[in-house]
Ligand binder design. Structure first.
Ligand SMILES: [Zn+2]
Length: 293
């Protein structure tokens, strides 16, 4: 084994698979370049969002089945994250408010709560490992919609605290505001920031910025130096992800499935310690989600 090659486990912390996308082939690509573990995050079909509790159940089940298929056919360690995507709630709330007024808002909120309850049932049955992606829209929405999102998020964090469940957060692009604002929300409801993962996190992983939340870094071009420079100021560790979308209509719109293995090798060749990479790919995921299925 060459000293310059990382031969340990490699985990992508935020990965989607789409039944109509490349699906198992994308997982094979990841494995081909040394990937060993995926955190598969539920993503609803945005052209046909679940409208009832039953439809949410079916769409969660399909994510769980997909994970099983990857386990069986590609032999990757799999963890599953389930929850109502914040964009799904925002779209439905805006649409139903327009057509049904306050009753429409209530309907969207009720569906959100039902979808959280369902996700928790699956987590408690051992079929899923965390709640996500939850949070607030990444684009600008009207103040009332943002308030509904923040209210529901705080409720969800409270439930996660009581049940000791890790959450994956989907938030707006601002570097600091999501860490500080949602961090304060978590403090109010007693959820440890250690159990909160910020998906699509900026490359600066210093505690000063994250406030103790776990950054799941999306290593876009030119970001790797920022990550390496801040690692020594990150006490709990960080994760790596692609947010692979598996959408055939938007190839190349996001990172490909081989990116985390490749970036891990780059980090190793830049001198990042083995212990740090082991924490990223093994120990921290175990602490957050428990062992893979
Ligand atoms: Zn995602």
């Amino acid at each position: 084994m060459s000293k310059e090659v990382w031969s340990g486990p490699i985990l992508d912390n935020h990965f989607h698979l789409n039944p109509n996308g490349r699906n198992i082939e994308a997982a094979k690509d990841f494995a081909k370049v040394g990937g060993t573990d995926l955190v598969l995050v539920h993503c609803p079909n945005f052209s046909n969002l679940p409208k009832t509790k039953k439809e949410y159940q079916l769409s969660y089940e399909s994510t769980i089945e997909q994970a099983q298929k990857v386990r069986d056919e590609v032999n990757l360690g799999m963890r599953v994250i389930l929850g109502p995507h914040p964009a799904a709630f925002a779209h439905q709330c805006i649409e139903w408010k327009e057509s049904e007024g306050e009753a429409g808002v209530q309907k969207a909120k009720d569906l959100y709560r039902q979808s959280i309850d369902l996700a928790i049932d699956f987590i408690e049955e051992g079929k899923a490992h965390g709640l996500g992606e939850i949070g607030r829209p990444h684009w600008e929405v009207d103040e009332d919609i943002l308030q509904y999102c923040n209210g529901l998020l705080e409720e969800t964090l409270h439930i996660a605290a009581k049940k000791n469940i890790t959450v994956q957060l989907h938030v707006e692009g601002d570097e600091k505001a999501p860490y500080s604002q949602i961090g304060k929300m978590a403090d109010r409801v007693g959820l440890s920031r250690k159990n909160m993962v910020r998906h699509f996190a900026p490359a600066n992983v210093s505690d000063e910025l994250t406030g103790g939340m776990v950054p799941s870094v999306i290593l876009q071009k030119g970001c790797i130096e920022t990550l390496v420079a801040s690692i020594s100021d990150c006490s709990r560790g960080f994760l790596l992800e692609t947010d692979y979308m598996d959408d055939l209509r938007r190839p190349g719109a996001v990172m490909g499935p081989k990116t985390v293995p490749k970036r891990t090798q780059t980090l190793f060749s830049m001198g990042v310690d083995e212990e740090i990479l082991y924490r990223t790919h093994v120990d921290l995921p175990n602490e957050l989600y428990g062992p893979p299925l």
